[in-house]
Design a protein around this ligand. Structure first.
Ligand code: NAD
Length: 329
């Protein structure tokens, strides 16, 4: 006899990095899952029961995919990328227009279907630039978001959309959840082509370099960041969704490293001596770290896996991608 599903879930952005991992987790939890995206996942088959290709900027398409009262809705679709995409200014209009339109459409489609709650993935990029000038002591507690001064239009759109989801809570009786992700990384994330983030870019550069080789690093290498492994991001996402906390809550790691330290860690994992050539490039704020006091208080949980463990999994996955590409060439 067929087993009853634990519930029905909708994942927007299911062809992307975090969305494709989230679909797998929801399937493991026993959900029937519909994924939606402009594209199928790049690196593995989707685990979704139903996968719809379409453009969430189209309100009619959003109403069409929200055709039932889903128990859990995750809105991860966004026009995004790493520093090379977000901080050059060349994509600002697209980023703001595309992502805001998706959020406006999806939230309204869910409200019309009487869906109680949508999970929204905001970003650490909403935090004010003025609190992130000291690489040793960045301030990223949830309450520090205002007075607002994000350093990118990507961050401004995220802030607008956070407020949109919370306004629907106040005015339409919804219980939307907002998380602020901090630099998520792991296998099956973009690793080349211009939209990749620092961990993937550094893993690729180290994997391609010979022993004692030199790789280019954007900035002086002393800018600080923390990086959260994908599995912990998914755990935090699902925990927040199923909690009674609306957020916003940081979902990030508190293990802050400089970019140079990140390179050294990856080089050590690769077993290579690597020299760094610091070049001018888009770097974002000087320092950023997650502050996990609030998530710990609200959910009784915070991410805790060491950076090195996640980097090992990511480095060897990217190395395998490179080997495959070389074999195909
Ligand atoms: P991603 O780019 O891999 O996934 C986003 C997906 O959205 C893509 O597959 C893309 O095709 C899809 N999409 C974009 N426009 C669409 C449209 N018009 N219609 C349908 N689908 C569309 O990004 P990700 O790393 O998986 O991030 C997921 C979410 O988390 C995003 O909202 C992102 O802003 C947020 N976030 C991610 C990080 C991170 O470090 N990865 C950090 C902070 C916030």
């Amino acid at each position: 006899m067929a087993r009853m599903a634990a519930g029905i879930a909708l994942v927007c952005g299911a062809g992307g990095f975090i969305g494709s991992h989230l679909v797998r987790r929801l399937k493991a939890d026993g959900f029937w899952v519909r994924g939606v995206d402009l594209q199928f996942p790049q690196f593995a088959d989707t685990a979704a029961d139903d996968f719809v290709i379409g453009d969430l900027r189209d309100p009619a398409f959003c109403r069409q995919i929200v055709d039932r009262r889903f128990d859990e809705v995750y809105q991860l679709a966004a026009d995004m990328g790493g520093a090379g995409y977000i901080f050059t200014g060349q994509h600002d209009a697209d980023i703001m227009h595309n992502s805001a339109t998706i959020n406006l459409n999806m939230l309204d489609a869910c409200r019309r279907r009487n869906i109680a709650s949508v999970f929204y993935s905001s970003s650490a990029c909403i935090y004010p630039a003025y609190n992130q000038e000291d690489p040793e002591n960045p301030i990223c507690s949830e309450a520090s978001a205002y007075p607002a001064a994000p350093d990118s239009e990507y961050g401004w759109e995220k802030l607008f959309s956070e407020r949109l989801y919370l306004a629907y809570n106040r005015n339409h009786g919804m219980r939307n959840r907002v998380a602020r992700y901090h630099n998520i990384f792991g296998p099956e994330g973009t690793w080349h082509g211009g939209k990749e983030k620092a961990p993937a870019a550094i893993c690729r550069k180290v994997a391609m370099a010979p022993n004692h080789g030199t790789i280019d690093i954007w900035g002086d290498g002393s800018q600080t960041r923390s990086f959260l492994f994908i599995d912990e991001c998914i755990t935090g996402t699902v925990r927040l969704t199923r909690s009674d906390c609306e957020g916003p809550l940081n979902i990030g790691s508190e293990e802050m490293v400089t970019i140079d330290q990140l390179v050294d860690l990856v080089a050590d994992i690769a077993g290579k001596a690597i020299n760094k050539n610091h070049i001018v490039g888009p770097t974002g704020v000087r320092g950023r770290n997650s502050d996990n006091r609030l998530i710990n208080e609200k959910l009784g949980w915070k991410p805790s896996a060491p950076l090195r463990a996640g980097l090992e999994a990511t480095y060897f996955w990217i190395e395998r991608q490179l080997q495959r590409n070389a074999l195909a060439a």
